[in-house]
Design a binder for this molecule. Sequence first.
Ligand SMILES: [Zn+2]
Ligand SMILES: [Zn+2]
Length: 366
Amino acid sequence: MSGSGEFCPRCGETIEREDPVPREGLDSALCDACYLDEYDLVDAPERIQVRVCSQCGAVHRGNRWVDVGAEDYTDIAIEEVSETLSVHVDATDISWQVAPEQVDATTIRMHCQFSGVLRGTPLAEEVLVPVKLSYETCERCGRIAGGSYAGIVQVRAHEREPTPEECERAKELAHDLVAKLEAKGDRDAFVTEATDANGGVDIKLSTNRLGERVARRIVREFGGSYSDYETLVTEDRDGNEVYRVTYAVRLPAYRPGEVIDVDDDEGPVLVESNRGNLKGTRLTTGERYESSYEDGNTPDAERLGWAEDGEEAVLVSVTDEHAIQVLNPNTYETETVARPDFLDPDSETVRVLDTSEGLFVLPENT
Ligand SMILES: [Zn+2]
Ligand SMILES: [Zn+2]
C-alpha cells in the first residue's frame, strides 16, 4: 500500500513514501518534515563539569579518580565532551569535529560540528558545550598531604651507615615501583614521604604490601636482609585495630669495591657482590672467594681499603709463580708482593693497594 492512507499524526499530511522507513517507534509515523523538526542530529549536554586534581592531575570519572596522564586539560575536555555527545541512531554518514576554545583557566568552550544524513536529508549542526574545570584534591593527594601511611621501610646497614648513593637509590626504587603500579591504574600505592633519618633513610608508604615489596627490591639490589614488625597505631571507626608495619632493611657491611681481610689467613678479598652471600677475588692468588652460608653477607672481616684508591706501581720483576717485585709508590722501595693469576707479567706497571697488611695487586679496571 504505497503511501496511500498514511497520515502524519502531527500535521495530518499524507505521507508518500517510495521506500517506507522501518516502523519501529512512534517517531517513524511522522512525516519527514515533522521528524526532522522533532529530532536533532545530535544530543549534547548544556554544560560539562570536569573535576581534576590540582596536585596530580587525576580526573574524576564515574565515582572514582583516574590518572589520565594528559598533557593539558583541553584533551581531557575534548574526551569528556565526545563521550557525552550522542548522535541520532538512525543517522548515517556521520562526520564530526570538536574545536576547543580556551576562555580562561577553568573554562573551555567546545565547538562541536556534526554532519550526517537523516531520512535522506543531509543535515549539519553545530553545538556549543561549555566545559568547566573544577580543581580539587583527589583522595590520594589528600592522604599524602595528611601524612597517611601504613608501612615504613627503614634502610640501615650492618656496622656502617648507608652511603648517600644507597639512600638515593633506595628512594628511587620505591618511586619506580609506585610509578609502575600507577601506570597499571593502582591509585592506592604511593610514597607518603622519604626522609634521611639517623643513619639511613626512612620511606613511608601507603600500604603494608607496598612496604614489603620495596624492602624486597632494596635487598635484591644491594644484598642484606629485612625483618618486619607490626605496631598498633589506632582503631578505625568500626573498632578494627589498625597496624603499621615496619620493614627494617639491613644492607650488608661490605660493598663491591671494598678490600677486606676475611680472617682465614688466605689473604685479602676484593668484594665484587654481596647479594645473598659475599663474593669476591683473593688479591693474593686471584682465586674466587665466597662466604659460607652461615656467614652470609657479613663474614668476620677487617676493612683494608677501597680498590678505587689503588695506585700505579712499577713492576720491577717477576720472581716466580707466586711473587713479584714492585716499587712501592709511597716509599719508593722495592717490595715483594703476592702474584695473583690476573696479573699480566709483561706489563710495566701494576695497580696496587697499600694497606695496613702490606701491598696487594688489584685487578685492572677496578
Ligand atoms: Zn508531519
Ligand atoms: Zn591527586
